[in-house]
Design a protein around this ligand. Structure first.
Ligand code: GLN
Length: 491
């Protein structure tokens, strides 16, 4: 069963060769055995696993188990967004994205570990401890959807739901050797997603292959009356079928490929990326250089805008409405202060301070206003580039999975992990990461991965808003040509 993708498992169930409940029980057992706490030898990728095997629900997804990032509200099931302030919080309703997948027949297998409120690139900012990378347990799985990525890579869930604000689906997918898709902003409802930065947050699939990503996306998209920023996707999401890339014009942005700018791309990443470009050309695509002149400023703009929105969104965690409340407060202010002091981790506090500062009177225009203008420039850069190319290719992350603890004391070096993914988030456009090989030479001096090979590298493909079908087709053709084998990561 482990070798089946979600789409293959559904086909086997439909053909009567596999029983949906059996599949769920198989994954549940694996999830409990290998996905739990570090002390029990697990990857710590799950914060909750289903206590029972549900009746196989009707619908096109045929009961295939689904792992869901902790920050999606799931009725009666802990939804803690990786934070102590929401410890054991069980919401009274379920996020639309999860409801849609369940109505299509997916079964809720587990909730996955994440950086607190999705702030981070390594899953080390979780109040529930870090998740380990199944390729090498001394390394991070990336983040913030690291639990979802590790679970899929390790074969503890056939597929998983994550969210991406500045790279949190794509970057962990790259570091775990799986596929991650951030859809066009607004195409998937944010209702019931515990908010980080509302103008950037977007739900999407983390899967073994491109077909599964398309299949999940098909059931996720659509306007939701509960989310005013959600949109009707203009067409049906097709399952990809392209074998060639003839006539496809691929753009490689100078600013996001050659050097990786400040992010300093590792040689092993560069080699895999160059190889992917060669394969794309062999498949018939043309490759040309394009310019995104404002992309080098994306990270600076993002780290004003995202914390500004976060500081506002996180004001609701006051000890009154849900989650943690300080014991024996002297008065109301003392209760607020101590609840937030005890409930939030260091990174969240850092972002609240950055965000409130950027929004404060006298500084608002200098920081927030200017960052918004940079955001507009970046969107315009992409629009101009898409006049001469169909899709844009970059490495997903400048480096392979780094060692646990390596970047925790240096926030900026952690932030640089998202150098290649943040521009697309600011522009609201879709982007997918697919594995493009193993890096044989990491710059990292620590010992090589225990399975003897290198560590996974991802290539990112981005397109204009609502170009998901084209994006998935190109990713599919490239995926077949690359022939990446994710099996060594499975436990
Ligand atoms: N790593 C980035 C951050 O910390 C992006 C996180 C995300 O996409 N949720 O903000």
């Amino acid at each position: 069963m482990i070798e089946l993708s979600a789409a293959q498992a559904i086909a086997a169930i439909d053909a009567g060769e596999l029983d949906g409940s059996e599949l769920f029980a198989f994954y549940r057992e694996r999830a409990v055995e290998h996905g739990g706490e570090l002390e029990r030898g697990g990857l710590n990728c799950f914060t909750w696993t289903s206590p029972q095997v549900p009746d196989t629900p009707a619908g096109p997804l045929a009961g295939v188990p689904l792992a869901v990032k902790d920050l999606f509200c799931t009725q009666g099931v802990p939804s803690q967004s990786g934070s102590r302030i929401l410890q054991d919080y069980k919401p009274p309703y379920t996020a639309t994205a999860v409801t849609r997948l369940r109505e299509a027949g997916a079964g809720l297998l587990a909730k996955t570990n994440q950086d607190e409120f999705a702030m981070g690139s390594s899953t080390e900012n979780s109040a529930f401890g870090p998740t380990l990378n199944p390729w090498d347990r001394t390394r991070v799985p990336g983040g913030s959807s690291g639990g979802s990525a590790a679970a899929v890579a390790a074969g503890l869930a056939p597929w998983a739901l994550g969210t991406d604000t500045g790279g949190s689906i794509r970057q962990p997918a790259a570091m775990c050797g799986i596929v991650g898709l951030k859809p066009t902003y607004g195409s998937v409802s944010r209702f019931g997603m515990i908010a980080f930065a509302s103008s950037l947050d977007q739900a999407g699939p983390l899967t073994r292959d491109v077909t599964d990503a398309a299949l999940m996306l098909r059931h996720l998209v659509g306007r939701d009356p509960c989310d005013a920023t959600s949109l009707q996707f203009p067409h049906e999401i097709e399952l990809p079928s392209a074998e060639r890339l003839d006539g496809v014009r691929l753009g490689v942005p100078t600013e996001l490929s050659r050097s990786g700018g400040e992010a300093a791309m590792e040689p092993g990443v560069r080699a895999c990326f160059e190889h992917a470009l060669e394969l794309a050309q062999e498949l018939g695509a043309s490759v040309q250089e394009v310019q995104l002149p404002h992309a080098p400023h994306a990270l600076s703009a993002y780290y004003v805008l995202a914390p500004a929105e976060a500081s506002s969104n996180l004001a609701r965690f006051d000890g009154v409405r849900y989650g943690l409340r300080a014991d024996d407060p002297r008065d109301l202010l003392d209760m607020y202060t101590r609840t937030r002091h005890d409930g939030f981790g260091a990174e969240v506090k850092r972002r609240i301070m950055l965000g409130t500062y950027a929004l404060s009177s006298g500084y608002y225009d200098a920081y927030y206003g200017r960052a918004q203008r940079v955001r507009t420039k970046i969107a315009q850069d992409f629009a101009a580039a898409f006049e001469s190319v169909d899709l844009i290719l970059t490495p997903t992350a400048p480096g392979v999975a780094f060692a646990l603890g390596e970047k925790t004391s240096d926030p900026w070096s952690m932030y640089l992990s998202d150098y290649f993914t943040v521009p697309m988030s600011l522009a609201g456009i879709p982007a997918i990461s697919i594995p493009c090989g193993l890096s044989e030479e990491s710059d990292d001096p620590s010992p090589p991965a225990p399975h003897g090979g290198g560590l996974p590298v991802g290539v990112q493909i981005a397109g204009p808003a609502f170009s998901e079908n084209r994006l998935l087709d190109a990713a599919y053709a490239l995926e077949r040509a690359i022939g990446f084998d994710g099996a060594p990561a499975r436990v």
